[in-house]
Design a protein around this ligand. Structure first.
Ligand SMILES: Cc1cc2nc3c(=O)[nH]c(=O)nc-3n(C[C@H](O)[C@H](O)[C@H](O)COP(=O)(O)O)c2cc1C
Length: 468
C-alpha cells in the first residue's frame, strides 16, 4: 500500500534534486535523457506562487516528457501551502515540502530547515496539504546531530501522512564551506525505521557512489544535486565531453527558454575544470558576460576548438608548451565533465586562520599611510625604510632651513617664535610654510615618517616570520 504510488511512477532510483535556478525544465529534460528517472522542480515560494500569476507562469514550466515530476514548495502556512499545491496537482506526480533549506533567507522567512523544531506545525502542514490535493505529499529533510532524533523526526512526518521522505544526511549547520561529508549512517537508521519510500541525498559524485549508497542504506533511490550539476549524465555512468553536453543543453534551452543566469550557472558548472585554468580566462570572461544563446554557444565552440585536438589525441599534451600542465595530472582531463571536490571544513578553517593572519598583517601595512591618508607607495616606503635607518640628528644639526619663523596658528611651537621643525626645500622656496597646512604637515611629517618607517620595518619582519 505504502509503495503503490511509488510503483506507479516506476520505482525511480535516479533522482535530480530540487535546485533553485538550476533544476529548470531544459535541465530536467537533459538529465532524463541521460539516466535520471525522477526530477524535482526548483523550490517555489508558496505565498508568491498563490498571489503572482507571472511568477507561476515563469517558473512552473513543464511538458509532456517531463514526468515523473515532483513540485517543491516552501512555506509555513498550511492553508497557503495547500492552495499552492492545488494549483499544480494536475501537472505533477507529487508535491514536496522543503524542510531542508539552511540559508539565512529561510531563517528570515521561517521555512526550510528552520521548521524542523516545530513538529506540531509540520504535522499540520503535511495533513492540510494531503487533504487538499489528490497527489501524495512528500518531504525533504536534513538530519539532526543525533541519530535517534532524526529517526523520531522521520517517524513523525510519516505518521502525519508524508508519502515519501528524502533525507539529506547533513545537519542544518553543514552548509557553505562547512558542508563536509553527509552521514549515510543517519540515513540508514531512518530507512530501517520508516516504511514509506525513501531517497538518500549527499556524497554522490559518480554512479559508483549511487550504488554504494543504495547498498549501504537500503533506500529506494538516490538524489543528486552538485554531482548532477557538474555531470548531468551522472546516472548514466558516463563522463561526457563538456562542450558536447553543454551544446545538448543549449539546444534544449532553445526549445524551452530559461533566464540567462540559469544558463550561465550551468555552463560554469559543466566547464568548471576548464575555467579553473588560467589559460582560459578570456573565455571565462565571455561566459561571465554572455547575454544570449549565441554568446553561450561561442564559449562552447572556443573550448571545443582549443581542446578537441587533445581529446582526439592529435596533439600530445606533454609537448605543447602553450598549455599549462595544471589540471592535466588528473585521471580525467579538464574538458571531461567531472565532480567538483569541495574543500573539507577542517581545511577551510585552517585556510581561514592563515588568511586572517595575512589580513591582519595587511591591515597593519595599510596603517602605513601618509599624513594625507593616502597609502604609501612602494617607492615611498623604501625611502621611509632608508630614513628609519639614518641616525636622528639633534635639532641643532638640522639643515640650514630649520628655525624658520612659522606664521601658522597651529604651529607645534605655539609662541610664534622659531619653528623647531625642519622645512623642506620646496616649502621654503615657495614660502608655503606660511600656510597652516604646510607648517603643520611638515612638522608632523618629519615626526610621523620616522615612526611609520619603524612600524613598517616591524611589519615586514613579522610577515617574513609568518611566511616561513
Ligand atoms: C544550486 C543548488 C540549488 C538548490 N536548491 C534547492 C531547492 O530548491 N530545494 C531543496 O530542497 N534543496 C536545494 N538544494 C539542495 C540540494 O537539493 C541537495 O539537498 C544538496 O545540494 C545536497 O546534495 P548534493 O550533495 O548532491 O549536492 C540546492 C542545491 C544546489 C547546489
Amino acid at each position: 500500500m505504502t509503495y503503490d504510488w511509488f510503483e506507479s511512477i516506476g520505482r525511480p532510483r535516479f533522482v535530480v534534486a530540487p535546485m533553485v535556478d538550476a533544476s529548470e525544465l531544459a535541465w530536467r529534460l537533459l538529465c532524463r535523457r541521460h539516466g535520471a528517472t525522477l526530477c524535482y522542480t526548483p523550490m517555489f515560494h508558496s505565498n508568491v506562487f498563490n498571489k503572482d500569476p507571472k511568477y507561476r507562469k515563469d517558473n512552473m514550466v513543464t511538458c509532456e516528457e517531463d514526468r515523473p515530476l515532483i513540485v517543491q514548495f516552501c512555506g509555513n502556512n498550511p492553508e497557503i501551502m495547500a492552495s499552492a499545491a492545488k494549483l499544480v496537482e494536475g501537472q505533477c506526480d507529487a508535491i514536496d515540502i522543503n524542510l531542508g533549506c539552511p540559508q539565512s533567507i529561510a531563517k528570515r522567512g521561517r521555512y526550510g530547515s528552520f521548521l524542523q523544531d516545530d513538529w506540531e506545525l509540520l504535522k499540520k502542514l503535511v495533513q492540510t496539504m494531503s487533504e487538499a490535493v489528490s497527489v501524495p505529499i512528500t518531504c525533504k529533510v536534513r538530519i539532526f546531530e543525533s541519530i535517534e532524533k532524526s529517526v523520531e523526526y522521520a517517524l513523525m512526518l510519516q505518521n502525519a501522512g508524508c508519502k515519501m521522505l528524502t533525507v539529506h544526511g547533513r545537519t542544518r549547520e553543514q552548509k557553505g564551506p562547512l558542508t563536509g561529508i553527509a552521514s549515510w549512517e543517519h540515513i540508514k537508521a531512518v530507512r530501517e525505521a520508516i516504511s514509506i519510500p525513501m531517497l538518500a541525498n549527499g556524497n554522490i559524485q559518480c554512479l559508483q557512489d549511487v550504488y554504494r549508497c543504495l547498498e549501504y542504506t537500503k533506500v529506494d533511490g538516490i538524489m543528486s544535486a552538485e554531482g548532477n550539476l557538474t555531470n548531468p549524465a551522472i546516472f548514466e555512468g558516463i563522463n561526457p565531453v563538456s562542450w558536447e553536453i553543454a551544446n545538448e543543453y543549449l539546444d534544449l534551452v532553445e526549445q524551452y527558454p530559461c533566464p540567462t543566469s540559469y544558463i550561465r550557472g550551468h555552463l560554469f558548472k559543466i566547464f568548471h575544470k576548464i575555467f579553473s585554468l588560467e589559460e582560459n580566462n578570456e573565455d571565462r570572461q565571455i561566459l561571465a558576460t554572455a547575454q544570449n544563446l549565441d554568446d553561450f554557444k561561442r564559449v562552447c565552440i572556443n573550448v571545443r576548438d582549443k581542446y578537441l585536438p587533445y581529446h582526439e589525441g592529435k596533439i600530445n599534451i606533454e609537448n605543447d608548451e602553450n598549455i599549462t600542465r595544471i589540471g592535466f595530472n588528473l585521471i580525467l582531463p579538464p574538458w571531461i565533465c567531472q565532480p567538483y571536490v569541495r574543500m573539507s571544513p577542517e581545511e577551510h578553517t585552517r585556510k581561514m586562520e592563515k588568511l586572517n593572519i595575512i589580513q591582519e598583517n595587511a591591515a597593519e601595512k595599510r596603517k602605513c599611510e601618509d599624513t594625507d591618508g593616502t597609502i604609501l607607495s612602494r617607492k615611498k616606503l623604501k625611502k621611509l625604510k632608508r630614513i628609519s635607518r639614518r641616525p636622528e640628528k639633534p635639532d641643532s644639526q638640522q639643515n640650514s632651513r630649520s628655525g624658520q619663523i612659522c606664521f601658522s596658528e597651529n604651529c607645534p611651537n605655539p609662541l610664534g617664535g622659531k619653528c623647531l621643525y625642519q622645512l623642506c626645500k620646496k616649502c621654503c622656496r615657495n614660502k608655503c610654510y606660511e600656510q597652516e597646512l604646510d607648517c603643520k604637515g611638515h612638522g608632523i611629517l618629519v615626526h610621523t615618517r620616522r615612526e611609520m618607517a619603524r612600524k613598517f620595518a616591524n611589519v615586514q619582519a613579522n610577515t617574513e616570520t609568518d611566511t616561513t
